[in-house]
Design a protein around this ligand. Structure first.
Ligand code: ZN
Length: 307
């Protein structure tokens, strides 16, 4: 498996990008830290993904957990979550416990939680919120569930009331699932219009439909994860005619990377967003300010503001 070559001066070059904008660093809303045996399975999935996705997907940051944390710190990533997600029932609570412990040990980490449609999901999501979860991950394709499954009614109702942002991977890309696509999310928002969502990957490849939802619902955001990179543009190009929407919805667009599971460098992910050329104000919002506002955090990681 060919591993992407990372620029030796990557950290300095990433820092140069945000320093130039006068930012204290980057907030990345889409980062994965997982129990190592789960991460190993995710890596094995991407190693074997060639046939399924129609292209190879070498993991750029296949490193120890310690090295991955150091990388993020060196690049000046101020805050990030440890997004976990179950592919089967009776796994979410264990992942939530792991994420809570990881957040307790790592000051930059936004405490994260997840769920699966199963009896008791409402109760453990409530417990996670009470325990201080600040971001929730839901993965419709990997979990293989309908976001409108009645077993999730209590989960969504609570998340809507708490206002906890949910990073929702619901698009057909990079791999479609039985329940992926914008229709299920539109139905969900009709039922819970107050939900704070962060649509992962800008909803790729249905960028337009998800930009429409973002414009329509005040609490719907989009993360840039993998979008605009050379790798993604080859298969799922962003529609040129929707570029103005990116500008208009700029305050609801958040930088995300999918670190460490990306087939290119972090620098490339940052540059893909900057290369849109939407201006310094937009760039400051996307790389830092919008997420700082949404999560109530500020640059000194020892003093996070509580929501
Ligand atoms: Zn991801």
């Amino acid at each position: 498996m060919h591993t992407p070559i990372l620029p030796p001066d990557e950290a300095a070059r990433v820092r140069e990008r945000w320093e130039r904008l006068g930012l204290p660093g980057i907030i990345d809303v889409h980062v994965h830290f997982m129990p190592q045996r789960v991460m190993d399975k995710v890596w094995a999935y991407f190693d074997a993904a060639g046939p399924k996705l129609g292209r190879s997907w070498p993991i750029a940051y296949r490193m120890s957990e310690h090295e991955r944390l150091s990388r993020l710190r060196e690049m000046g990533v101020l805050f990030f979550p440890s997004l976990n997600y179950p592919h089967k029932p009776e796994m979410a609570e264990w992942l939530n416990q792991w994420s809570a412990k990881f957040a307790d040990e790592t000051p930059e980490v936004l405490r994260s939680a997840t769920f699966h449609p199963e009896p008791g999901a409402g109760a453990y999501v409530r417990a996670a919120i009470e325990d201080g979860a600040r971001i929730v991950k839901a993965h419709v394709q990997v979990g293989d569930y309908d976001p409108n499954d009645p077993l999730l009614d209590e989960v969504w109702a609570q998340l809507a009331v708490a206002g906890t942002p949910v990073v929702l991977h619901a698009g057909h890309g990079p791999a479609p699932g039985t329940h992926t696509g914008p229709e299920g999310v539109r139905r969900l928002l009709q039922r819970f219009p107050e939900l704070t969502l962060v649509i992962a990957h800008l909803g790729m490849p249905d960028y337009g439909a998800f930009l429409d939802l973002c414009a329509e619902y005040p609490n719907v955001h989009l993360d840039t994860t993998m979008a605009f990179t050379g790798f993604t543009e080859e298969s799922w190009p962003f529609p040129e005619e929707r570029r103005e929407d990116l500008r208009a919805l700029g305050e609801k667009i958040l930088f995300g990377s999918d670190f460490p599971n990306i087939p290119y460098s972090y620098l490339e992910a940052v540059d893909a967003v900057l290369d849109l050329g939407l201006g310094a104000d937009w760039e400051r919002g996307v790389l830092h300010d919008n997420a700082a506002r949404l999560f109530g955090v500020r640059a000194n990681p020892t003093q996070p503001l509580l929501r």
